[in-house]
Write a protein that binds this ligand. Structure first.
Ligand code: GLU
Length: 334
């Protein structure tokens, strides 16, 4: 049994056990075990974490007590995908561009196998590159990073992947400035104190990490549309985007790049389980939990769940969306 980690629970439903494709009822009736469905998220101040927590709550309400879903904090997209492929997670949130490179064994996944097993359950919301800098740093474009101290997020994050593409598109290398590889929870205080000039994060907006920082003393650095289009030509899942005016009080509209946040599993997940999981994340209770979890969650809608997918839908998810009258663009698993 590699799909799920066993934990103790009280009940066992043979039907769900069958759907899970595993011998769930092998243990004695008095000490039945539920299965832990671990969802990889991101840092504590990002959006993956609260969204992942809401999804976990909804899944557990719908599929418990046999399934207990939990959101785990993590480094972000790259590490979530690797953990999924290594069976250390059952589901994970990841940027569509990172998922695409993993699927094709490209970029930081070059030479790694298994990415072709990635499958999507849903596309959730747009994530936007946010480069937050101190107003007094003088940084007004990525080219101004030269000689400054800028945090690019940690190894294993999708942010670092995107920032490396953005640096390349601006003909800047990490040797030209002083890069810091930490999550916002470890860098926003330093930004406020002045020992870090900028902090980067690809996340849904608004992002808790930056609320209260942006405005008087800090601003958002844009990615001009020409650079965004150039990145898009090489990395189709990354598209020119915008952080709308008012996302943060007093901050004007800012051009950037954006990418869909996907909920991923692997092809190893049983079709019936993927179907049950997909149905669970789109039921009313889960939607209510999402709405309470984060302001952007109000825009998470089943109608757009198959847009912006960069990996095939899991056949169980595909069946669910077809039943709902959607004609998924993501196609079925090969
Ligand atoms: N997109 C980010 C990453 O993959 C995580 C964003 C978040 O935590 O909301 O590193």
């Amino acid at each position: 049994m590699t799909m799920f980690t066993r934990i103790r629970s009280h009940l066992c439903k043979a039907a769900l056990a069958a759907a899970l494709g595993m011998a769930l009822c092998a243990a004695p009736a008095s000490a039945q075990e539920a299965h832990l469905l671990r969802i990889g998220t991101g840092g504590l101040l990002g959006v993956y974490y609260p969204v992942g927590n809401a999804l976990a709550g909804g899944i557990t309400l719908a599929l418990g007590p046999d399934i207990l879903a939990v959101a785990q904090s993590s480094g972000g997209s790259v590490v979530n995908i690797r953990s999924l492929l290594d069976h250390e997670l059952e589901a994970g949130l990841a940027q569509a561009d990172v998922a695409l490179r993993a699927l094709n064994g490209q970029g930081s996944f070059a030479g790694e196998t298994g990415g072709e097993r990635l499958r999507a359950i849903a596309s959730l919301y747009p994530e936007r590159l946010q480069i937050v800098v101190r107003r007094d740093s003088g940084i007004r474009s990525v080219r101004d990073f030269r000689g400054k101290t800028v945090s690019l997020d940690e190894t294993g994050s999708g942010t670092l992947e995107v920032m490396r593409l953005v640096l390349e598109a601006n003909a800047i290398s990490e040797k030209d400035f002083d890069p810091v590889y930490l999550k916002p929870e470890f860098t926003t205080d330093r930004l406020t104190a002045g020992s870090v000039h900028g902090v980067c994060l690809v996340a849904g907006t608004p992002t808790q990490a930056f609320a209260g920082i942006l405005g008087e003393d800090a601003l958002l650095v844009p990615i001009d549309s020409e650079t965004a289009r150039r990145i898009n030509r090489l990395h189709p899942a990354l598209v020119p985007g915008v952080i709308p005016e008012g996302t943060y009080p007093g901050v004007p509209e800012t051009l950037t790049v954006e990418v869909h946040a996907l909920l991923l599993v692997t092809a190893d997940m049983d079709e019936a389980m993927a179907y049950a999981l997909t149905r669970a994340i789109w039921n009313e209770k889960t939607r209510a939990l999402l709405r309470d979890a984060h302001p952007l969650a109000r825009s998470i809608a089943m109608e757009s769940a198959t847009r912006g997918l960069s990996v095939p839908l899991h056949p169980g998810a595909l069946r669910f969306y077809r039943e709902q009258g959607l004609s998924p663009a993501g196609g079925s698993a090969p």
